[in-house]
Ligand binder design. Structure first.
Ligand code: FAD
Length: 490
């Protein structure tokens, strides 16, 4: 194996990794970032859309892995969307330079301050709401759709109907900000620029319009000249050396997933930002392979952010369905968070299938009343999670669908998933390396001098809204303080 020595390594190029890279590079540090997925921007391979899945549609699979209706065959390629399958839960995530920002719906939601305080009682919430959240939103280029455009654009009929029906059923709705550039969207609607949101692009990547972090944080970090990103580099496991530095076993692969070269990287400082599941996999596997020291809280306090997918079929409704043309970018949600009996937030989600499928799709986010955990056995990650963890979420989904159907007509969307309930669909795995539990107050892993965790695994299983704005804000807070504390000074 080729041996390479570098001062600072970041594993993973999602939100946490990109924030850390930018702030370290600005402070004059040289950083190497290892990313198992492809550098899509550099490769110039286009992302495929939902109707014609191609290279970007799935990570090394022979079939597509959308949450439903997977009728398409694929030639295995290091695609942008991956899914980890466990006994009672399937977890989707992004692969490639930019991590989850490549595939996600761009919904940029700041959590309610009261819930943030409940989840992170030890953090200075005032500072978060005046400094770190505004900073995250600015760097991520968060913006809001123009109401006039929304009112008239045929691609948002699903949103208008979703809101009308929610109001009729007595629910409150809210506008949801996004990182998709809504000026671009208005221009793509007029066919002045190539279409992306209006061309069924999402979850397999967006060729235009979306400010994913390869275009924001990572680009800024690259512009300093201090960042080098090595794509198609998969970190397999880590060893802690006697002098408390680290050696990483890394496999460089080609776009068919075959190993090209084995490498060993030696570094003084290591940042794990491989996403909740990636970071847990690395830590727990390293522990199994070579007794890597781990605090007992690693793997604990994990949750699905209350993700629960559900839907309704329209029968005998007057509005004539949600339309054959749908934008892939959600801009509205049902906010029922303050209802003490049924607290939830629900995204009014598109179902851009190229035809009117007369179905409304909802991604619900609930509290996580019972947390799960992640462990490692027989060379595999195990998610300890079952129906008891999602019981209350199911009750909330049932309540929501029944109330919506009663007021508006419609039935549960049995065709989409089991009985109309997608309890096992998770887009937001969080926790397992929780701030102040498995790490110190700024993300330094307990029992380690030189290893920091900076990604979704710091959030204890729930944040009440889509998580990337919070992941970004927490990473900003941690890296700022780690730099102040001279953690990266030599
Ligand atoms: P990630 O963004 O997951 O990045 C981790 C990176 O590390 C990945 O690129 C991965 O390939 C790499 N990696 C992992 N293991 C290794 C390894 N061993 N070696 C090298 N590299 C490795 N959130 C929202 O807020 N709004 C939304 O609208 C939204 N929609 C979503 C839609 C979908 C389909 C999905 C899957 C997620 C969505 N999310 C959304 C969730 C959001 O994308 C994630 O919460 C976020 O990306 C997590 O950020 P992170 O920094 O923890 O890690």
């Amino acid at each position: 194996r080729k041996e390479i020595e570098v001062p600072i390594i970041i594993i993973g190029s999602g939100y946490g990794g990109a924030v850390s890279a930018l702030r370290l590079c600005e402070a004059g540090k040289k950083v190497i970032m290892l990313e198992m997925g492809l550098n899509w921007g550099k490769s110039e391979i286009p992302y495929s859309n939902l109707l014609k899945p191609g290279k970007s549609a799935a990570w090394l699979r022979k079939k597509t892995i959308a949450p439903f209706m997977n009728l398409f065959s694929l030639t295995p390629f290091t695609g942008a969307l991956d899914r980890m399958e466990f006994e009672n839960i399937n977890i989707w995530m992004g692969r490639g330079v930019g991590g989850g920002s490549l595939v996600n719906g761009g919904m940029a939601v700041t959590p309610k301050e009261s819930y943030f305080k409940e989840v992170f009682p030890q953090l200075d919430s005032e500072k978060f709401y005046t400094v770190y959240f505004p900073l995250a939103r600015k760097e991520l280029k968060v913006n809001v759709i123009n109401e006039e455009f929304l009112k008239t654009c045929p691609f948002y009929k699903f949103t208008r109907i979703g809101e009308e029906e929610a109001h009729k059923a007595g629910f409150k709705t809210m506008r949801v900000p996004n990182v998709y550039d809504f000026n671009y969207m208005e221009r793509e609607y007029k066919n002045e620029v190539p279409r992306s949101a209006f061309n069924t692009e999402v979850i397999y990547g967006n060729n235009h319009g979306k400010n994913s972090i390869d275009k924001t944080y990572l680009q800024k970090a690259l512009d300093t000249g201090n960042l080098e990103i090595l794509d198609l580099h998969h970190a397999d496991h880590i060893r802690m050396n006697d002098d408390k530095t680290y050696s990483l076993n890394v496999n460089q692969i080609d776009t068919s997933g075959n190993m090209v070269t084995g490498k060993i990287f030696h570094c003084k400082k290591l940042i794990l930002a491989a996403g909740t599941m990636g970071t847990l996999q690395l830590l727990l596997r390293s522990n199994a392979v070579n007794n890597f020291p781990l605090h007992e809280n690693v793997g604990k306090n994990w949750g699905n952010n209350g993700n629960f997918m559900t839907g309704r079929n329209f029968v005998n409704t007057l509005h004539g369905g949600t339309g054959s043309q749908q934008s892939t970018i959600p801009v509205a949600g049902v906010d029922n968070w303050d209802d003490p009996e049924h607290p939830f937030f629900t995204e009014i989600a598109p179902l851009p299938m190229g035809m009117d499928v007369a179905t409304a799709l909802y991604l619900q986010i609930n509290r996580v009343e019972k947390k799960g955990s992640v462990s490692y056995a027989n060379n595999k990650l195990v998610v300890n999670w079952d129906e008891s963890n999602t019981k209350k979420m199911k009750e909330n989904a049932d309540y929501f669908i029944k109330k919506m159907n009663k007021a508006n007509g419609g039935t549960r969307a049995h065709l989409l998933f089991n009985n109309g309930f997608g309890a096992n669909i998770c887009y937001h795995p969080l926790g397992g390396c929780v701030l102040n539990e498995a790490t110190n107050e700024f993300g330094k892993l307990k029992q380690h001098e030189n290893l920091f965790v900076l990604d979704g695994s710091l959030i204890p299983g729930t944040i009440g809204v889509n998580p990337f704005v919070t992941i970004t804000a927490i990473a900003e807070y941690c890296i700022e303080n780690l730099i102040i504390q001279n953690e990266f000074s030599n």
